[in-house]
Design a protein around this ligand. Structure first.
Ligand code: EPZ
Length: 426
């Protein structure tokens, strides 16, 4: 039988990128916000929703739950309405998108019960959801794990109750799931050791527009005063800081100049500092960020990933490409996920000198990478291989780019607009 044909990118590298790229709405804000629509039967209008595989999967999930969804991908506008009628987020769907776990909180809060498939692990790690479950129990939910599903029931199948949740570890979707659940709980909820990511702040903004009473989002202590019901609203999704960072690094790795428009620079402070340390000229003007690396050599920069506002783990693979081309030795330390180095072997096939020692990669910079056939393993690893292909001498073929389609809108068009040579082949 012919092997399953997966889409690939064919990239001609070695040319400096030069141009402007319009940054889309953030995948990691759009996903929880789409699931927050479960919390009301009223109409929600969302703008700047990116046209991504994971967004399409979220619409599928919402429709399976009984919501009406329409999406104009040219405008980036989604309209969600109607009352959920089903409590089940099926395995078939959850296995394609782990973020579906965030249906657990809203379904239990709105319907009084939920049955959400346990998401499996993924390439970058086991990705447990024990903190989501522990927090739901603190909100009074009765939880059993049965048949690969998390089955939750609110007290008397009615309403969750406010609680004092202490997150043992900082968890982005854990914080989001529980914040959404608490909006309709009876009484006050405190979430300690909450994640501080900008996408959480954007979700809280949308929930407040729906009538939720939330304070402290963006800090490690979030207070939610439960209300009886939430209403419709209109919300514009925040810019994608990881997409912006990815294109800035692509410009720097190719010794070009890239201007990202429609960004939110305040969400990228640490990354921009590190790019300056790599010897890039970084200019911020309102919502535009420009990286200029023309005729400049790349300096090595040590990186340690950390929860926001630290260096984002979602930028680790991309920055490693920069360090692989730097004048000198640097280290990249991954502290969030246990297996987020799947791109290292692929980069070494392109001539990089990267050595894994536990959760650290020692990068000995080389003058030039060479185009090669490489394989994506996860979303951000695929982005790092595309950047490496654009920087490398010669032709690269990046396979399994369905990973990249999950998180980067209109990739080929945006890269071509920057002067890159890329085409999708099968
Ligand atoms: C979110 O994943 C993002 N996904 C990830 O982006 C991002 O890499 C990650 O946060 C860290 O910033 C979305 O927002 C949809 P965590 P999430 O819970 O929430 C452990 C991308 O590329 N943990 O913050 O799943 C976990 O194993 C994706 O866009 C538990 O132990 O990550 C990890 O080591 C990849 N138990 C750490 O906490 C739990 O119940 C942080 O994970 C939950 C998490």
């Amino acid at each position: 039988m012919a092997p399953f044909k997966t889409a690939k990118f064919k990239i001609e590298g070695g040319k400096p990128l030069d141009g402007e790229v319009c940054i889309s709405g953030a995948k990691n804000a759009a996903l929880p916000i789409l699931l927050a629509t479960i919390l009301t039967k009223d109409e929600i209008v969302l703008h700047n929703v990116p046209d991504l595989a994971d967004v399409k999967t979220s619409f599928e999930l919402l429709k399976q739950l009984g919501k009406q969804c329409s999406y104009d991908k040219n405008l980036g506008t989604a309209v969600i309405s109607g009352c959920v009628t089903s409590k089940v987020a099926s395995y078939e769907l959850v296995k394609t998108m782990r973020a579906s776990i965030m249906a657990l909180g809203p379904l239990t809060a709105f319907l009084g019960e939920a049955a959400v498939s346990l998401p499996g692990g993924c390439a970058i790690g086991a990705r447990p959801v024990d903190l989501h479950i522990k927090g739901m129990k603190e909100l009074g939910a009765d939880i059993i794990l049965d048949d690969g599903y998390i089955k939750a029931v609110a007290p008397g199948s009615e309403r969750l109750k406010g609680g004092h949740i202490n997150m043992d570890k900082v968890s982005v979707t854990g914080t989001e799931n529980l914040m959404m659940a608490a909006t309709l709980a009876d009484g006050e909820t405190i979430i300690e050791n909450a994640a501080l990511e900008p996408e959480i702040v954007d979700l809280a903004k949308c929930l407040r527009a729906m009538g939720a009473k939330i304070k402290g989002d963006g800090t490690s202590r979030i207070c939610i005063e439960g209300v009886k019901e939430l209403h419709g609203c209109e919300h514009t999704v925040v810019a994608d800081r990881i997409e912006a960072g990815t294109y800035l690094i692509a410009g720097i790795a190719t010794h070009g100049i890239v201007r990202c428009v429609n960004t939110l620079p305040s969400t990228l402070d640490v990354l921009l500092q590190k790019l300056k340390q790599a010897n890039a000229i970084i200019e911020v003007d309102g919502t535009t960020i420009t990286a200029d690396m023309r005729n400049r050599r790349i300096l090595p920069v040590d990186i340690v990933t950390a929860p926001h506002p630290g260096f984002p783990t979602d930028m680790q693979a991309q920055f490693t490409v920069l360090n692989s081309l730097a004048d000198g030795v640097s280290s990249v330390t991954e502290t969030i996920f246990e297996n987020r180095f799947m791109h290292i072997a692929e980069l070494n096939r392109m001539g990089a000198h990267l050595e894994i020692r536990g959760n650290v990669v020692i990068c000995s910079g080389v003058k030039m990478l060479k185009g090669a056939q490489v394989m994506s393993s996860d979303l951000r690893a695929s982005a790092s291989l595309v950047i490496a292909g654009l920087a490398a001498e010669g032709t690269s073929i990046v396979d399994r780019i369905y990973h990249m389609d999950r998180g980067y809108e209109h990739i080929e068009a945006k890269i071509r607009n920057l002067g890159g040579t890329i085409e999708r082949i099968y």
